[in-house]
Design a protein around this ligand. Structure first.
Ligand SMILES: [Zn+2]
Length: 451
C-alpha cells in the first residue's frame, strides 16, 4: 500500500465514516437551547482512574480573578470605559516574566508551558486578553471588559484541567499559533477586524469542554452527545455550542445587532467544525486545488474564511512543528490521554481504540505516523500558500522531530532485541511499518488529536 492510499485510509479511520454516511450531516438547528449544561466530569467520575480528583487550584484562581473583576468593575464605574486595558492591573496573575514573554508572543519558539507557569495557570485568559487588546479589538467592538474577562475565565474553567492534553494550555497554544498564522503577510493584509476576532475566539474555544476521549468512544458508549449530534462531528459541535453558550451567558456580543452576533456565532461554528480531523482529506484537497489553480482571492470573504479554517486546522495540529523540547512535551501529553482512554476501555471490556493501548503502541510510533500521514501533507500545502520563514521553520522542525522519534525508536529496538519484520509493502519508515505493535497507518487514527 502506498503512502497515497494509506493517507485516505488513515483519515477515514479518524472518524466513523460509515456512521456519518448512514446519518448524513445535519447541523443542529438554530434556536436550540444555547447552553447544554454538560458536565463531563460525570464521565470521568464513572469511568476514569482520575475520577474525583479534587482540583481546588482553579477555584482559587477563579476567586482571585473574580476579585479582579470586581475591582475592574468598580474602577470602570468610577473612571468610565477604559481605552486600553493596563495589563499590570492583573497583579499576581501577570508577573513581569509573563509580560516579557508576551513581548515575543509572535515567536514560533514561544514556550506556552513556561507562560502558563508565569501566569499561575491562567495562560489562556492572559494570552487571549493580551491579543484582543493588542489588536485593538476590545475597543473596536466596544467589548465590555468585565464581560470579556468573565467570558475568558469561564472558557478556561470549562477546559478540563485534568485532561493531560485537551486542556486550557492546548487551547492557549493553538491560539498563539493562530496568531502567528494570521500575522503572515499573505493573509494579514486582507484580514478584517471581524476576521481577527472570530479567528482568535475560534482558537480559544475550539476544544471547549473536551471530555478527554474521542468521538468513537462517545459513540460506542452511547453517550448522549453522540445521539444529540447524530454521530457527526460530535466533539466539534459540542465545542461550538459550548462556546455559543458562554457568549450568550456572558452577553459579550449582546450589544451588537442581532444579525451580526448570529453571523459571528455561525462563523465561529464553521471554523471549529473544520478542526474535525476526519474531514481532513476534503479540506486538504480543496486547499490543494485552490493552490494549483492559483484562484484564491482573499479580498473575498468566503476565501478568507476558508483560509482561516485552514489556519486553525494547522494551529490545532502544529505540535510536531514546534521545537523538539516543546513538541516532545505535547507528544507525552497526548499519548497519556490516548492511553488513559485505552485503560478505560479495557476496564469496561470495550474494544480498545487504535493507538490507545499502552501495551501495543509506543509514543514514537504514534508520532511518526501522525507526522507522516496528517501533519506533513497539511503543512506542505500551507507552505505553498504562505512561503515564508515561519513555514520553512515549521517544516524544518517537523523533519528534525520525525528523525528524532525515528532514532529513539531504533535505539529502543536495538536495546530490546532483534528488530521485528516490516509489514509487506512498507516503506521502511520505522513508525509505519512495524507489524505487531499495531503501529501501521491503520492504527494511527485519533480524531481527538486534532479536535
Ligand atoms: Zn485542539
Amino acid at each position: 500500500m502506498t503512502a497515497q492510499t494509506r493517507r485516505p485510509l488513515y483519515i477515514r479511520m479518524l472518524g466513523d465514516v460509515r456512521v456519518r454516511r448512514q446519518v448524513g450531516f445535519d447541523p443542529e438547528p438554530r434556536g436550540s437551547p444555547p447552553y447544554l449544561c454538560i458536565d463531563f466530569r460525570t464521565l470521568h467520575t464513572c469511568l476514569g482512574p482520575l475520577a474525583g480528583a479534587a482540583d481546588s487550584a482553579p477555584e482559587r484562581r477563579v476567586h482571585r480573578l473574580l476579585s479582579f473583576q470586581r475591582y475592574l468593575h468598580s474602577s470602570r464605574l468610577l473612571r468610565g470605559p477604559p481605552q486600553q486595558i493596563p495589563l499590570h492591573l492583573l497583579d499576581e496573575d501577570y508577573t513581569g516574566q509573563a509580560r516579557c514573554m508576551l513581548d515575543k508572543v509572535g515567536s514560533w519558539n514561544f514556550d506556552i508551558f513556561l507562560f502558563d507557569k508565569f501566569t499561575n495557570g491562567n495562560s489562556l485568559i492572559t494570552l487571549t486578553f493580551h491579543l484582543l487588546n493588542q489588536y485593538g479589538l476590545v475597543e473596536l467592538f466596544q467589548l465590555d471588559v468585565v464581560k470579556l474577562w468573565r467570558f475568558l475565565v469561564m472558557v478556561q474553567e470549562d477546559y478540563h484541567s485534568h485532561n493531560p492534553y485537551h486542556n486550557g494550555v492546548h487551547a492557549a497554544d493553538v491560539t498563539q499559533a493562530m496568531y502567528c498564522y494570521m500575522r503572515e503577510p499573505v493573509l494579514s493584509k486582507y484580514l478584517t477586524s471581524c476576521d481577527l476576532l472570530i479567528g482568535l475566539l475560534a482558537a480559544v474555544t475550539h476544544d471547549l469542554g473536551h471530555p478527554g476521549v474521542n468521538q468513537p468512544f462517545l459513540i460506542k458508549t452511547d453517550h448522549y452527545l453522540a445521539t444529540l449530534y447524530k454521530n457527526t462531528s460530535v466533539l466539534e459541535n459540542h465545542h461550538w455550542k459550548s462556546a455559543v453558550g458562554l457568549l450568550r451567558e456572558t452577553e459579550l456580543l449582546s450589544h451588537l445587532p442581532a444579525e451580526d452576533s448570529l453571523n459571528m456565532e455561525r462563523q465561529l461554528g464553521s471554523l471549529i467544525l473544520a478542526t474535525d480531523i476526519s474531514q481532513q482529506n476534503e479540506y486538504l484537497s480543496r486547499f490543494r486545488t485552490h493552490l494549483d489553480q492559483d484562484d484564491l482571492c482573499l479580498s473575498h470573504a468566503h476565501h478568507r474564511h476558508f483560509i482561516l479554517q485552514m489556519a486553525l486546522k494547522c494551529a490545532d495540529i502544529c505540535n510536531p512543528c514546534r521545537p523538539w523540547e516543546l513538541s516532545k512535551q505535547w507528544s507525552e501529553k497526548v499519548t497519556e490521554e490516548f492511553f488513559h482512554q485505552g485503560d478505560i476501555e479495557k476496564k469496561h471490556n470495550l474494544e480498545v481504540s487504535p493507538l490507545c493501548d499502552r501495551d501495543k503502541n509506543t509514543m514514537g510510533d504514534i508520532q511518526i505516523g501522525f507526522m507522516s500521514y496528517v501533519v506533513e501533507p497539511l503543512f506542505s500545502e500551507w507552505a505553498r500558500f504562505s512561503d515564508t520563514r515561519l513555514s520553512q521553520t515549521m517544516l524544518g522542525h517537523l523533519g528534525l522531530n520525525k528523525a528524532s522519534w525515528g532514532s529513539l525508536q531504533l535505539g529502543q529496538r536495538q536495546t530490546s532485541g532483534p528488530e521485528e519484520p516490516a509489514e509487506p509493502g512498507g516503506s521502511g519508515d520505522p513508525g509505519v511499518t512495524t507489524a505487531s505493535g499495531g503501529t501501521g497507518p491503520k492504527d494511527i487514527p485519533q480524531g481527538n488529536r486534532g479536535s
